[in-house]
Design a protein around this ligand. Sequence first.
Ligand code: UD2
Ligand code: MN
Length: 563
Amino acid sequence: MLLKYGRLKKIHIKLLIVVFILILYVLVYLKLFNNDISGFNLPLKFENEFEAILGPYEAKIIEKLGNNGEPAYLWGDEALEGEKALKKFALNTILSDRMPLDRKLKDPRNTKCKDFQYDTKLKATVIIIFYNELLSVILRTIWSVILQSPEQNLQEIILVDDSSTDENLKGLLDYYITTRLKDKKVKIIHLKNRLGLIRARLQGARLATGDVMIFLDAHCEATKGWIEPLLARIEEEKSAVLVPIIDVIEANTLAYSTNGDTTYQVGGFSWSGHFTWINIQDEADKKKLTPVKSPTMAGGLFAIDRKFFWNIGSYDEQMDGWGGENLEMSFRIWQCGGRLETVPCSRVGHIFRDFHPYTFPNNKDTHGINTARLAHVWMDDYKRFFFMYQPGLENNPVVGDLTHRKQLRSKLRCKSFKWYLENIYPEKFVPDENVYAYGQVKTPFELCLDDLQLPEDKIGPLGLYNCHPYTAMSQFFSLSSKGELRKENVCAEVFSSKMVQLTECHGHKRDQYWVFHKNGTIYHPTSKKCLSSENIDIGKGVVVDKCKNTVYQKWTFTNINAT
Ligand code: UD2
Ligand code: MN
């Protein structure tokens, strides 16, 4: 009896374990595939309703409007409505709704690209994420992908709706896909909660089945031959992550504009943690039509081998909302053994908007927080510059736990940020390396040189201001090895033989050349004058003046490097 009881007990325990594992499995499955994702299944009465909206909407499309990517215009009341829409959505929605969804574009490629033969069998999953975007713009993106990709290279298009609040949009899209795009390999998932663009892309990636994944924003237009050179390069080099040339689709006229078919830029970054466009440095690279090294990418449009995406750490899942993921991925790819390249023979247009037409929950500064995360994980000591811009984020718990990302970095045995700067982005100016002096530049009256909050890429006076008690980036200047008195991108330049302006560094000395003398003067050889604070009000620009022995021409740098 006792024996029997014992055996029964064992069986019960085994059963319990099996049931427990089953429950766990179901829970995990729900979490991964169902909790945030729901398919679409329209009841018939809705279908009729959607057809009733879609039919007249399609009927209003004006044939050939915006044909060949020419700028398009509306007339009368619609033109006025378009202007209002532009102010509200940073996009002429009225015009977009009138323009054909499959409009023809000119082939923007360099003519030589047309001669290349790509013979690739790879298939791509195109992942397009969106939050409350305009229906006609999303559909134009989808149509451009369908029409411009060879059938054998397109596995599927996955749309990820990041929990848009626009119910009409969701219903119409679902309906359009099941009716007009039937048999076109288009799938859509609706996330139940808004995840932000990073986690939304991850959800799309989890469902992808193609060899390669190509991510696009929901307001793009692919052009002829865009996909083949991306796939061909990945076929030859699995660890190459590729971006097309991103052309501008103008937000008001929807004109597809290019910078000509030969000039384009690649990706850089600023120490404040923003993506920037930079010129290609290598003269030979400028002429190449094969892929060219890019230190970073803009983030929205790129192709990556699906397995490589997961092996190299996909995305930082704790990044919320918008921003930062592009630099995180760029640094990670280079530091951990991959390559990031721009493919000059692949071109895709993107509508660049002047502002976000959407809001973020709780107005959170997700760009700042995400960038703080990547700075801590990837930038080693160089993160000091970013945190000079964002001191409040350096030790702030909002940045969240970084353990997993740091583990990833050591698991993949990634190289240092110093290696990245030296090898991939050697032209990047580091404000306190290879310079004669750096830090605050003070007068004997505790006034400091100050950029007066000059926005990045703008020109303005080299100002004077009360010295801050801490090192603020607005008062951080360097005297470079070339004799430039500079910040990250702008250099002090004398014009009209008196005024001193902060303007783009040209690297050719002349009016941007300064010498710091032991007696404390900052001498400008071209004008034979000295930097002076005499009679300059706080908040105004300093000047150069005849050199004389006066306190107004004495300056001290916080740090002077031994030479
Ligand atoms: C650029 C990138 C963008 C992304 C971003 C930094 C390009 C051309 N675009 O900004 O892809 O890397 O930098 O994070 O390189 N979206 C959501 N959920 C949200 C917010 C946005 O799904 O909570 C969608 C949005 O509908 C769009 C995409 O994410 O399709 C990118 O957003 P954006 O177009 O406003 O970003 P953009 O182009 O200014
Ligand atoms: Mn975009």
